[in-house]
Design a protein. Structure first.
Lengths: 230, 282
């Protein structure tokens, strides 16, 4: 479903961000992507939703290849992916309902469909009562729930979350993580970049660790000792 | 399209100050262009009026018969460059000289001035070379004693006309470029003000053409509104100049509509360039 084939990504100014990475994420998997800042996690995620294209190698996501995809193909791919960021990226001048509906609006969904779907996902993320609120009226955890609702409203096959709990306190982090688990339990693959080792240790999900642009550990790949040591 | 129109209206509502600033900037840069256009138009009109006075005067011998003179005038009138050829008898020449000389009208007594055929050329045929060519042909009539057409004056007039034309084109082009740059920068501000929205649209799968549409519509609308404002300002300026300085003419309806379309086109182009650049960068 998501495959990296010997992918390298280099920038003219900052050098190589990802070096010769090969990776496969299957349907319904939950994958933690971890590593120090600058290890290449965000670049790897950006290549999944094709905001960045590899300098060499290929990324294939649900049949879309980074080598051949046109701008329109990328737009279509993103309709099947949910993307969540640490800074929520909500539109401040729109209500939560409008923010969530925005993802459907821009792909031309009819108003009647938008209303129904927005209500459903807001209930799913626990924000049914806050649909009319503006983002600034919500806590950080609630804003992230709204961002997740926006990512879910198109029924994506995978959710790409780049440090979704980075700005949240422990309690909100637990709440968001629980929500992601529930989403995963319904069959949506989740790739979550995080620095939160505690979260990784407490959960038995696949963990991929990056350092200096390379994958240095993948719990799905048996090591010599057969240990899982992120 | 309905969504794009709603987006434009929403944007005007959400950022009224920025929208007003954009429209005002477009209006003033087009106003500067309009004022320049007005000056160019009036200079051109003044030169055309001067050109109307370009005339070839063929003085004829006193011995020529009225029949020969009439025949010659008809022949000259048939030249393709000629608009009209008029016979001026010695009496008419005296009357004209007396009216032109005013208080010195008594200088002439009797029919001392020669008769002539006065030749007026068609518009577009009044350049020095054509005037000289027609004068040479008229001179070939045996009873024509002399041909005068103010050669030096015509050459000066044409030099002035050419200079005015080239300066007008160069300045007009410069003004248009400045307008495009200012309008482009103004629209870029509007694009930057919505950069977060654009990046989110992209992330959730909106196509570039979908993202572009409301910006293009907005640029077009701002261009038209700025154009209307500029037209009103130019009209007010022209009315004030007419009242207090000098009689001038205003643009024809066709030129005014073209000006509006130019504003709309600049708005559209400015938006296309700004949003295109932004989309390439994010």
């Amino acid at each position: 479903m998501i495959r990296f084939f010997n992918v390298t990504k280099s920038y003219a100014r900052t050098g190589t961000a990802v070096h010769d990475v090969s990776l496969h994420v299957g349907k319904g998997e939950f994958v933690f992507l971890t590593g120090a800042s600058g290890a290449g996690k965000s670049t790897l995620l950006k290549m999944i939703y094709m905001e960045e294209r590899p300098t060499s190698g290929e990324v294939r996501v649900a049949g879309t290849s980074s080598v051949t995809a046109t701008a329109r193909d990328v737009a279509k791919l993103r309709r099947k992916l949910g993307i969540v960021f640490q800074d929520f990226r909500l539109l401040e001048n729109r209500t939560i309902e409008q923010n969530v509906g925005f993802a459907l609006e821009v792909i031309g969904a009819p108003a009647a469909v938008i209303g129904g779907k927005v209500g459903r996902v807001l209930t799913q993320v626990g924000l049914a009562a806050k649909g009319r609120a503006l983002p600034r009226e919500l806590s950080g955890g609630e804003q992230q729930r709204a961002a997740i609702a926006r990512a879910l409203v198109n029924d994506p096959f995978a959710l790409i979350a780049d440090e979704p709990t980075g700005n949240l306190d422990d309690r909100a982090t637990r709440g968001i993580f629980q929500l992601l688990r529930e989403i995963n339990a319904q069959g949506t693959s989740i790739i979550m970049a995080t620095h939160n080792l505690e979260l990784i240790r407490r959960n038995e999900f696949r963990t991929v660790e990056m350092a200096r642009g390379q994958i240095v550990f993948d719990s799905a790949v048996p090591t010599v000792q057969g240990e899982r040591t992120p | 399209m309905r969504r794009a129109i709603r987006d434009v209206l929403d944007d005007f509502q959400r950022t009224p100050l920025l929208s007003a600033l954009s429209i005002t900037t477009i209006a003033f840069s087009l106003f500067a262009l309009g004022l320049f256009g007005l000056v160019a138009l009036n200079i051109r009109q003044a030169l055309e009026k001067l050109e109307d006075r370009v005339e070839i005067r063929a003085f004829v011998a006193p011995s020529v018969t009225p029949e020969d003179l009439a025949q010659a005038a008809n022949d000259v009138a048939a030249f393709p460059e000629v608009q009209a050829a008029r016979i001026v008898t010695p009496e008419m020449a005296l009357k004209r000289a007396q009216s032109e000389l005013g208080e010195f009208r008594d200088v002439f007594e009797g029919a001392v001035l020669p008769g002539s055929i006065d030749v007026q050329l068609k518009p577009g045929q009044r350049d020095p070379a054509t005037v000289r060519r027609v004068a040479d042909r008229v001179k070939q009539f045996s009873f024509v004693d002399d041909v005068r057409y103010g050669e030096e004056w015509i050459e000066k007039l044409y030099r002035l006309r050419n200079i005015a034309g080239i300066a007008g084109l160069a300045l007009g082009f410069a003004f248009a470029i400045v307008s495009v740059i200012i309008i482009g920068a103004t629209i870029r501000m509007a694009v930057l003000a919505r950069s977060k929205e654009i990046s989110i649209m992209r992330l959730v799968g909106a196509t570039d053409s979908y993202i572009r549409r409301p910006f293009l519509l907005e640029g077009f609308a701002k261009g038209v509104m700025g154009g209307i404002m500029a037209l009103i300002l130019t009209w007010i300026a022209q009315s004030l100049i007419n009242r207090y300085v000098i009689e001038t003419i205003f643009f024809t309806t066709r030129v005014a509509v073209l000006g509006l379309l130019f504003g709309a086109l600049i708005g559209l182009m400015g938006s296309a360039v700004s949003v295109g650049r932004h989309l390439r960068r994010i």
